[in-house]
Design a protein around this ligand. Structure first.
Ligand SMILES: [Zn+2]
Ligand SMILES: [Zn+2]
Length: 361
């Protein structure tokens, strides 16, 4: 007979889990493996709430298993390291993002692209090497292999830094890979939410010209005055869109709802790239003719490898880039999920795990 989640492993853990597709989160006692020779164990201080958490909790992508402790923007303080761990010591500020394992022998892994390994192991709602179920950061303690842990620069606040581990790398990696981080380039950012607002910050730090493209005219002031975007387009305003045709080297599209791609492709210069980082749950219509006529590209991107994730967070430290966050107590999480579903957050919820989770035990 298999042991209960509480007795499966030696390290006691406490978090909030969903038990079924209602996605409702409630207190959950479980356990984590002992600190292995390559492992880093840390006390979780904060965990960001990513839109993927909401999709996963409600099984909207169809592969959820329960009980599920979500959370893949996890930051904390190291409490124990294995004998072979060389990069971290007790007391370090660290983080774990969307993945905790991969095969380490394929081409992707050899090239520091664990995120594209066919055997990549997600931080939660996946099966670890030992057959156990991975559980995320809405919990008091985390254990992860050193390779999947990043060092958080001292000057970055842990709460506002947490979302960089998913939202940050999700936009940083395509800006770099698709050549959109070179000064002088003009980059569009579609959607001003959790991903979009950090995309604007990274792009500005790279020295590129940034235009935010949004359905909501009300976001113009915020985009320009607060986030530092150079210009703003209301996607429903034909005149504005027409005037901006063929001006952008690339676009980072963060919107996960269905939306027309043709106007965005029109904004690209010849050879421009439209990079999708949001994940609509239905296929979208892709007009081909305008792609041919400008040798344009529609592409995708998913987080980044661990080497690049460390590079991203070091860059964020150097340029003081953090997410704009609303820090919440653990017992507010179900309300936060309802608000997130309505995009009612500027721009990321972060759970104050260390101060508020124990009180819910
Ligand atoms: Zn995420
Ligand atoms: Zn691999």
């Amino acid at each position: 007979m298999s042991k209960s989640p509480e007795e499966e492993f030696p390290q006691k853990a406490f978090g909030w889990a969903a038990r079924d597709t209602s996605g409702h989160l409630s207190p959950f006692k479980f356990s984590r493996r002992a600190t292995g020779e390559d492992d880093v164990t840390f006390k979780v201080m904060y965990c960001g709430i990513c839109h993927s958490d909401l999709h996963s909790l409600k099984n909207e992508w169809g592969f959820s298993t329960y009980p599920m402790v979500p959370g893949h923007e996890i930051v904390g303080i190291v409490t124990e390291v294995g004998q072979k761990v060389s990069k971290f010591k007790v007391g370090d500020k660290v983080g774990v993002g969307c993945m905790v394992g991969a095969c380490h022998s394929c081409d992707n892994c050899s090239n520091d692209l664990e995120n594209y390994c066919p055997k990549m192991i997600l931080t939660y709602n996946a099966t670890y090497y030992d057959g156990s179920k991975t559980q995320g950061g809405y919990s008091d303690v985390m254990v992860a292999a050193e390779r999947y842990v990043v060092k958080i620069p001292d000057n970055l606040p842990l709460d506002a830094g947490a979302p960089l581990l998913c939202a940050g790398i999700t936009v940083y990696s395509p800006l770099k890979y698709y050549g959109l981080s070179e000064p002088g380039k003009h980059v569009g950012v579609v959607g001003l939410g959790g991903l979009g607002h950090v995309a604007v910050k990274f792009a500005k730090a790279f020295g590129v010209k940034v235009t935010v493209i949004s359905t909501s005219p009300a976001k113009e002031k915020e985009a320009i005055e607060h986030l530092g975007a150079d210009s703003f387009l209301v996607s429903r305003n034909q005149e504005q869109m027409q005037a901006a045709m063929s001006t952008m080297d690339g676009i980072i599209d963060t919107v996960s709802a269905l939306h027309p791609l043709l106007p965005l492709i029109g904004l690209l210069k010849p050879h421009g790239k439209l990079v999708m980082v949001g994940a609509p749950d239905k296929p979208m219509e892709l007009p081909i003719f305008p792609l041919l006529m400008g040798r344009k590209m529609v592409a995708g991107s998913a987080i980044g490898g661990m080497k690049e994730t460390q590079e991203m967070i070091d860059f964020a430290g150097k340029h003081n880039i953090t997410a704009d966050v609303e820090v919440i107590p653990m017992d507010y999480v179900n309300t936060a999920m309802e608000r997130l579903a309505k995009a009612d957050v500027r721009y990321r919820f972060v759970i104050d795990i260390a101060n508020t989770l124990p009180k819910t035990a």
